[in-house]
Design a protein around this ligand. Structure first.
Ligand SMILES: [Zn+2]
Length: 126
């Protein structure tokens, strides 16, 4: 999952397609992924919870928050993704379920990994 996040940051579209389960790919996957990676800047990834997903497991579930910047706005993607093992690059994403945004505790490190607390960074009241 982290490797897919890195691939988004590095705009490695081939990797993103390879790690998407073949039965879930759409004919416009490449165009859609390209639009996504070019439209935003990823600021940080926080793993909220995991279930299984060790190398010996057939499936795994990861809940994460990925923070990104689109234009002047920072936004978050809060998702629960189900992974299947079985390809040479270390598994496929099977499906992702979008979840409502999570709010970090004001004194927690900001999810954009700036090193500031949330209240001093993206949680600042404007
Ligand atoms: Zn921040």
């Amino acid at each position: 999952m982290r490797s897919r996040y890195s691939a988004y940051c590095l705009k490695n579209i081939d990797y993103l397609i390879q790690t998407h389960h073949p039965t879930r790919r759409k004919s416009n996957s490449r165009r859609q992924i390209t639009a996504t990676v070019n439209g935003v800047t990823w600021l940080g990834l926080t793993v909220v919870a995991t279930q299984a997903g060790q190398p010996e497991d057939q499936t795994g579930v990861v809940e994460f928050v990925a923070v990104y910047q689109e234009g002047l706005q920072a936004a978050q993607l809060h998702e629960r993704s189900r992974f299947l093992s079985g390809n040479r690059v270390g598994g496929f994403i099977w499906m992702g379920e979008m979840l409502p945004p999570l709010k970090p505790n004001r004194n927690q490190p900001c999810w954009c990994h700036s090193g500031k607390t949330f209240k001093q960074c993206h949680g600042k009241k404007r």
